[in-house]
Design a protein around this ligand. Structure first.
Ligand SMILES: [Ca+2]
Ligand SMILES: [Ca+2]
Length: 302
C-alpha cells in the first residue's frame, strides 16, 4: 500500500471511524492501484483542514484553484470556505463548482450556502437536484469583498466527498467607479463608451444604486441623440440631465436598441445616467444569466 501524504493538521471532524492514515478521512482503502483490494468504503480517501465548521475557522480558498477530495465526515459536518475578491475588480462574479461528488455510499447530495462577510447575511442557499450531481452556484461580486461558503452533504453513509473551485470572472468596466453623479466619467461627442451593468453584493442584499453608471459630456443647446445598441437579455435605461442636474429625457429597453432623441434647452456639462432592472445577483447552474457577461456601448451625437 502506498502511504498517503501526511499533512499536519489534516484530519476528519467526524466521530466516525478513525482514519488509519494521516490525511485520510473515514475508511481508508488501497491507494496504490491494487484494484483487487477495494473493500467497504471503496473510495479514494479525502482530507480537509479541520476544524472548519464555523465561519471563524473557514478555510481560505484561492480564486480559480480546484481543491480536490474534500470530505464531510459525518451528517452534521459542514465545511466553511472563504474567498476574497480583488480590490481592483469593481465588477465581476464568482461561480463556485462542486464536482466529483461521491462518498462511502456514493449517494451524496451536495449543498452550498453563500454568505457576505460584511454582515454575515445569507446571499443564497442551493442544493444539487440529485445524488452525485455537480452543483454550480454563482453570485455577483463587489470590489474587495469577502464571501464565505458552507458546504454540506446529505448521504446515507460518510465520509461524503467533493471537489470545490471558486472561479472568479472579472468584468472589465474601465469607467468604474461611476455609481453616482459626483463621480461621473467624462467623455466626448462621438466617443463610444463601453461598460458593464453587473453590480455585486457588498452585503447580503444588493444596493441598486451600485448598478448605475454615470457619465458627463459637454453639449450644445438643441438636438441630442443617445444611442445604445440592444444587449440581449439586458434591461437598460438612459437618462439625460442638464448642467444643473435637472432631468431632461430618458429611454428604456430590454434587449432592443435605445435611441434617445431629445432637445436640450441649456448648454454645458450635462450628465447621462445608465441604470438597469436586472437585480438578481445569484443563482445555480453551469450557465450565468446573460446580463452577468453582457456589455453596453453608448454613443452621443448632436
Ligand atoms: Ca468540517
Ligand atoms: Ca458599470
Amino acid at each position: 500500500m502506498v502511504a498517503l501524504l501526511s499533512l499536519t493538521g489534516l484530519g476528519c471532524a467526524s466521530s466516525g471511524p478513525s482514519p488509519s492514515d494521516a490525511g485520510g478521512c473515514g475508511p481508508s482503502t488501497s491507494d496504490g492501484g491494487d484494484s483487487g483490494s477495494i473493500d467497504v468504503g471503496a473510495e479514494p480517501s479525502c482530507a480537509e483542514n479541520e476544524p472548519n465548521d464555523t465561519r471563524e475557522t473557514a478555510t481560505k480558498l484561492a480564486l480559480n484553484m480546484d481543491l480536490r477530495k474534500r470530505c464531510l465526515g459525518a451528517a452534521a459536518d459542514v465545511d466553511f470556505y472563504e474567498v476574497v475578491v480583488p480590490k481592483t475588480a469593481y465588477t465581476g462574479y464568482l461561480h463556485v463548482h462542486l464536482r466529483n461528488v461521491g462518498g462511502t455510499a456514493g449517494d451524496t447530495t451536495i449543498g452550498l450556502t453563500v454568505y457576505s462577510a460584511a454582515d454575515n447575511g445569507r446571499i443564497t442557499s442551493q442544493r444539487a437536484d440529485r445524488a452525485g450531481a455537480d452543483l454550480d452556484v454563482y453570485w455577483s461580486t463587489a470590489a474587495g469583498q469577502t464571501y464565505r461558503m458552507q458546504v454540506d452533504g446529505v448521504a446515507t453513509a460518510y465520509p461524503a466527498r467533493y471537489d470545490i473551485e471558486a472561479e472568479f470572472v472579472e468584468r472589465i468596466d474601465t469607467f468604474e467607479p461611476n455609481d453616482d453623479r459626483s463621480v461621473a466619467k467624462t467623455f466626448v461627442l462621438g466617443q463610444k463608451v463601453e461598460g458593464a451593468m453587473l453590480y455585486g453584493h457588498r452585503s447580503q442584499s444588493l444596493d441598486s444604486a451600485d448598478g448605475d453608471d454615470w457619465f458627463a459630456i459637454q453639449l450644445a443647446a438643441g438636438s441630442v441623440s443617445v444611442d445604445i445598441p440592444g444587449v440581449e437579455g439586458v434591461s437598460l435605461t438612459a437618462s439625460l440631465f442638464d448642467p444643473q442636474g435637472t432631468y431632461v429625457a430618458s429611454a428604456s429597453s430590454t434587449g432592443n436598441d435605445i435611441a434617445l432623441r431629445t432637445s436640450l434647452p441649456t448648454p454645458g456639462r450635462c450628465f447621462i445616467q445608465l441604470s438597469t432592472n436586472d437585480r438578481s445577483g445569484y443563482g445555480a447552474g453551469k450557465k450565468v444569466p446573460s446580463f452577468f457577461s453582457a456589455s453596453y456601448a453608448m454613443t452621443v451625437t448632436q
